[in-house]
Design a protein around this ligand. Structure first.
Ligand code: CP
Length: 301
């Protein structure tokens, strides 16, 4: 494929092939000239720390020329559209675009206007998809729990409604044949649009954690939230925050994940986030390797 817009519909073999390649990159096996002479631009219309920096590092490690576009200091502030911005960068010779946008479907829409030799990666659009986050989460789970997901019980906790990460994780977990996928959160933050098809849905975190192999916590996305969806941060923490005491309900070797940025003390306590079962910084490390695999697959030709 030319673009990576979503994990929806990606076959298990294709997903696994990217994970195997990413694992090799994570172990340091790569050619620093693989993308020699290819220009890649990170085109972010929403803030980011992990995704933008790790795509930048990934492209640099493969020898690409990397441009970092910052919407706030660009001609976007004079009213230039995302499409005109992309077309101008294409005219400079950029072949790979890593794009984040707050509008659902914005990256897919831009891909329809790209030149035949241009590849786009969705680095997060609205609530829809964050495919490289889904891939790095699967790489992290696979390293911790092995390649066979069929016996795994995984719970995704929190603000699924506003979460492109949850949607991409759910698509990837299904594609990899995960044994049981649970989803837990307040009714007001769980989507009713088919996203949770096949999941065991619960509003009781203690019950949902019982015996799980992995707890994937989500950020409460207050910037995307209408007033009143959550009573208060204290109540949210009381009912849906992952604490060390709660984590005891999971399997003894359960792992804890969070895509970042964390609201510490809201969806997760410090002792869990920084504790021995946390893989949160491993996820970040894996982000570089996964993004190398994606850029190589799309751009190496
Ligand atoms: N997980 C994630 O996408 O983080 P950033 O928003 O910092 O890129």
């Amino acid at each position: 494929p030319r673009h990576l817009l979503t994990l929806d519909g990606m076959p298990r073999d294709a997903l696994n092939a990217l994970l195997v390649r990413a694992q090799a990159f994570a172990e340091g096996h790569y050619d620093r000239r693989a993308l020699d002479g290819i220009a890649v631009c990170t085109l972010f219309f929403e803030p980011s720390t992990r995704t933008r920096m790790s795509f930048t590092l990934a492209a640099q490690r493969l020898g690409a020329d990397v441009l970092n576009f910052d919407a706030s200091t660009s001609s976007t502030s004079k009213g230039e559209t995302a499409l005109d911005t992309m077309k101008n960068l294409e005219a400079m010779g950029v072949r790979g675009f890593v794009i984040r946008h707050k509008v659902d479907g914005a990256v897919a829409e831009l891909s329809g206007h790209a030149n035949p030799g241009t590849s786009l990666v969705n680095a997060g659009d609205g609530r829809t998809a964050h495919p490289t986050q889904g891939l790095l989460d699967m790489l992290t789970l696979r390293q911790a729990k092995g390649h066979d997901f069929s016996r795994l019980k995984v719970v995704i906790v929190g603000d699924v409604k506003h979460s492109r990460v949850a949607r991409s994780d759910l698509q990837a977990l299904r594609a990899l044949g995960t044994g049981e996928i649970r989803v837990c959160g307040p009714a007001s933050l769980l989507p009713d649009d088919g996203t949770l098809q096949g999941c065991v849905v619960s509003h009781d975190l203690d019950a949902a954690l019982e015996g799980v192999d992995a707890a994937m916590m989500l950020r409460l996305q207050r910037e995307r939230m209408e007033e009143g969806l959550v009573a208060s941060l204290d109540e949210y923490h009381r009912d849906f925050g992952l604490s060390a005491a709660r984590l005891k309900r999971a399997a003894a070797d359960a792992v804890v994940m969070h895509p970042g940025p964390m609201n510490r003390g809201v969806e997760i306590t410090d002792d869990v986030a920084d504790g021995p079962q946390s893989l949160i910084l491993t996820q970040v490390s894996n982000g570089v390797a996964v993004r190398m695999a994606v850029l190589e697959a799309l751009l190496r030709g």
